[in-house]
Every structure is written in C-alpha cells, then in structure tokens.
Design a protein around this ligand. Structure first.
Ligand SMILES: [Zn+2]
Length: 137
C-alpha cells in the first residue's frame, strides 16, 4: 500500500476495502487497507480466539479431573478400611483405566485442534470433557 493512498483513507475522504485471500484458510475476504497488520479473515480470527479460550480452559479441566481421581482413590481407601473382603479392586482399577483413556483422548483432540484448526474437534473436545465430568464426579 503506497503511503499517499493510505493517507487519503486515514483522512476519511473515502472508505475503501480491498479483497485479499486469507493467509490461513485461503478464503478471500474484504479488509480495510488502513487496518494494521493481519491478512487473516474474521473466521480464522474467531477460531483462534476459541482455541485460546479452550487452551486456558484445559488446565482447569485437567485439575478438575485430577481432583475427581483423587477423590475416588480416597473412596477406594475408605472401602479398604471398611471391608477388605468386599473391596472391589477390579472395579476401581477399571475406573482409573477409563479415566486415563479419556485423558489420552483429550490430548489427541488438542493436538488435532492445533494441526487442523477444525471446529469439529473443538466441539468433540468439549463433549468429551462434559462426559468425563458427569462420569467421574
Ligand atoms: Zn481465514
């Protein structure tokens, strides 16, 4: 963008938009030539924001799940104290195994979100954690 053109627009004499391809998804979009920086379309910017929120949320959720696991280990200890005979070790081991599988799956999904920027995986990820929260709390 030549400076003369830029100055004209900044003075508000004329509102013009340029059509350029998004540097991420390749879709063409209209951009204000005066806007600083990005050649990234609105969809990609929104997706990026959602990803950032999700990443912030991940740590909280992992802690939530860990707390739930700790609770179940305490449950397990209590049962051990109450009755060694009736303690169902297999049941608890299975529970812990299921949880670690769910955590692995969630890490896979985070990697896919990073690689593909696909909203589908964000939805999948949210659904997975809702499910985990219900199951393990
Ligand atoms: Zn884009």
């Amino acid at each position: 963008m030549p400076d003369t053109e830029k100055n004209k627009n900044e003075n508000g004499s004329k509102l013009s938009l340029e059509l350029i391809p998004c540097s991420r998804c390749g879709n063409p979009f209209f951009r204000d030539p005066n806007s600083e920086g990005d050649d990234v379309c609105e969809n990609c910017i929104k997706l990026e924001q959602r990803k950032r929120q999700l990443q912030l949320g991940v740590f909280d959720k992992v802690i939530e799940v860990e707390n739930a696991m700790e609770q179940s280990i305490n449950e397990m200890k209590n049962q051990l104290t109450v009755s060694r005979g009736k303690f169902n070790k297999d049941f608890f081991l299975k529970k812990i195994k299921n949880r670690s599988q769910a955590l692995n799956k969630s890490i896979e999904l985070i990697e896919k979100i990073e690689e593909t920027n696909d909203e589908k995986y964000i939805e999948e990820y949210k659904a997975l954690f809702e499910e985990m929260k219900k199951k393990y709390s």
